[in-house]
Each structure stands twice: as C-alpha cells, then as structure tokens.
Design a protein around this ligand. Structure first.
Ligand SMILES: Cc1cc2nc3c(=O)[nH]c(=O)nc-3n(C[C@H](O)[C@H](O)[C@H](O)COP(=O)(O)O)c2cc1C
Length: 349
C-alpha cells in the first residue's frame, strides 16, 4: 500500500512535522526512581524513533509534582536536574530533525503513599479507586480532597513543569487530561463530588481550564496539546451518558483557551460513540483545529482516516514499541513485528 498521506509533512499547532506519524505517550518506568531523572537509555530510545522519521514524539507521562507519581520509575519535571536530564533527550531528537513534546501527567487518586513520599494521594474528592497500583500491587489509597489552595498550587505545578519543559528544549507539552487521572478526576462526576466552583455540572472542567490557561501563559498556547477521553483506566466500562454534550463541553473550554490541537483518546479508534459516529468523527464535526487520532490504528486505517479528513496526524503506541523502525518499514513496505508485552515492555529498545 502507498502511505502517501502518512508520509506527508504537515503543520499543526506551532510545529512543522516531517510526517503525519506521532508516537503516542507511553509510560516506560525507566527514570531513576528516587530522583525522577532520565538517563542515556531513555535518550537512545527517543533518538531511535526520531532517526526513523517519526513526525511528532509525545513522551511518556512526566509528573509535574512528587504527588503526581503513579508507579515506579516515572520521570519528573519539577526539578532543575530533571529538566537537565530531559535536555539530552530533546537535543538528540532535534539532531535527528524530530519534534518532541512532554506529556504532563499527574495521577491524582490513582497512587499510594509508597510512591508519593508518604503523602496521601490528591484528588477532587475523597473517593477511593478500586484496584491495585501499577507494579506496586497495593490497593489505591484513600485520597485527600484538595483544598482551593492546593488546587491553585497544582495549577502552578503544571505551569512550572511547562517552563521546565521549555528550558529542557521540548517543542511543547501535552496535558494528560484523559484516562481517569487528576485532570479527568475533576471532569468525571464519579470522582468529583465537590459542591464548590470546581464541582457540579458547570464546574467540573474548571480545573482543566485553569491548567490550560496557566500552561498556555507559561509557554504559549500554540505549543500545547490536550488529551481527553471517556475512557478511564481504572473503570474501562464507564460510558458517557450523553457523548455529544460531553464533547461539546470540552470543546467550549478548548476554544475559550485558544487551543489548536486535540488528542482525543478512546477505547478503539473505529468504535461508534453516538449517531453511528466515532469519537474523532464527532469532534471533527465541531472542531476546525487539528486532531490527532489514536488507539488501535494500523497504517492503512490511519491513512484512510487522514484521507477522509477525520484526523490530521495518526499516533501509534504499541506498534512503535515493537518496531522502533516503524517508519522505515512503512516506507519500504516491510512487515511489522507484532507487539508482545512480555518482550517489548521489558527493555527500552
Ligand atoms: C506501555 C504503555 C504505556 C502507556 N502510557 C501512557 C501514558 O503515560 N500516557 C498516556 O496518555 N497514555 C499512555 N498509554 C496509552 C497510549 O498512549 C495509547 O493511547 C494506547 O497504547 C493505544 O494506542 P495503540 O493501540 O497504538 O497502542 C500507554 C500505553 C501503553 C501500551
């Protein structure tokens, strides 16, 4: 097959990308667990994808705060030393002509004091998650409800992390507002029981809006992407009652904050959500900015979706773990190695 669209350069947001292929954000847990600093293995891992010709690399989730860490080995962007570690990654990617943005990820309630310096997880409300913390294998701890002051501090931590990302040479940041983590815990009626201005139907997106505004003010809104979703990692069966109203509420916030690039996440790219349309199609109907498609895409389904005008860029996750030379294989019409977690999660290939 001829992947003419995927291999085309494109301008989205503030970036000129070499191809329309993005690397989806993927936690790898290879940072130093105590300092949250990434090393040479992480440099080589991202450099290899840049060498291959990936248009946009979105990093693994990086925590903006010691309390935002959800598993072992998650890197941070809340100290100067962490930013210095990332500088080596961004330099290596830029040397290869790539573009790289940092995903900012605060897990909120989905963690345990063993990972957060002995402190209880932070969340909009005291609602404990069911399930076990990734790799720690202990139940998610009972979170503390954030005070208004703590909410303001968290917003500032995101803005500071964006400044560190800028100092570290990143081309921008992606806010992880999806999958049931802190920003999404504010957005979700199950985890947000607040009755103040951050709660109820009208206030649930306020936290996200304030983070977007603060991060936009710190580095420029044209260098910010946002990820959002119905999908919750700790409750995959959850469904929006009225998908179109939910989408509309998000888009209103994104328009007000001047965003240009969205990265909506879902269970499966081609699964209809409402009116027989998929999440990305429902957004495309209402959004004239850029859209990154993701989840279960293959090169041919991605090519079709770009050609149909549904998305502008296609993100691949697991295929890029199994195939560090994904773009070369695509260009040369070579077969892809199927992803196997037991093999491909173990090392930073
Ligand atoms: C090992 C692994 C780690 C992931 N970590 C993150 C993460 O840190 N942040 C995030 O937003 N999504 C994360 N995801 C979800 C991916 O970004 C992507 O949405 C998902 O893998 C579906 O795309 P795919 O079918 O191309 O793999 C992760 C996925 C995998 C497989």
């Amino acid at each position: 097959m001829n992947y003419k669209e995927l291999l085309q350069p494109v301008r989205i947001g503030n970036w000129h990308l070499r191809t329309r292929i993005a690397m989806a954000p993927m936690t790898r847990s290879f940072a130093d667990d105590t300092t949250g600093i990434v090393g040479e293995d992480v440099v080589a891992y991202y450099k290899r994808r840049a060498q291959d010709g990936i248009g946009l690399i979105i990093t693994e989730g990086i925590t903006p705060s010691p309390r935002g860490k959800g598993t072992f080995g998650v890197p941070g962007l809340f100290t100067k030393e962490q930013a210095n570690g990332w500088r080596k990654v961004t330099d290596a990617v830029h040397e290869e002509g790539g573009t790289i943005i940092a995903q900012l990820w605060h897990v909120g309630r989905l963690t345990h004091p063993d990972l957060t310096g002995g402190l209880a997880p932070q969340a909009p409300s005291v609602v404990q998650a069911e399930g076990l913390v990734h790799r720690l294998r202990k139940p998610f701890a009972l979170p503390e409800a954030m005070t208004t002051q703590e909410i303001k501090e968290a917003v500032q931590q995101y803005a500071q992390a964006a400044k560190y990302a800028d100092e570290a040479g990143f081309d921008g940041v992606e806010l992880h507002g999806a999958h049931g983590y802190l920003i999404d815990q504010f957005a979700w009626e199950v985890t947000n029981r607040r009755t103040d201005s951050y709660g109820e139907r009208t206030g649930r997106l306020r936290f996200m809006k304030e983070v977007l505004a603060a991060v936009g003010a710190a580095i420029g809104v044209d260098r910010v992407i946002v990820r959002f979703s119905e999908l919750k990692d700790d409750q995959p069966s959850y469904r929006w009652q009225d998908p179109e109203a939910e989408i509309e509420a998000y888009l209103k916030v994104f328009r007000e904050e001047g965003l240009r690039v969205l990265h909506p996440s879902t269970n499966t790219f081609n699964q209809p959500l409402a009116e027989n349309l998929t999440l990305h199609q429902l957004i495309r109907k209402r959004w004239d900015g850029n859209i990154i498609g993701v989840v279960g895409l293959t090169p041919s389904s991605a090519e079709d979706a770009i050609r149909a005008g549904i998305i502008d860029v296609a993100a691949f996750g697991k295929p890029l773990l199994a195939n560090p030379d994904f773009v070369s294989r695509l260009r040369n019409d070579q077969p892809f190695i199927p992803y196997e977690s037991k093999i491909h999660l173990k090392e930073l290939l």
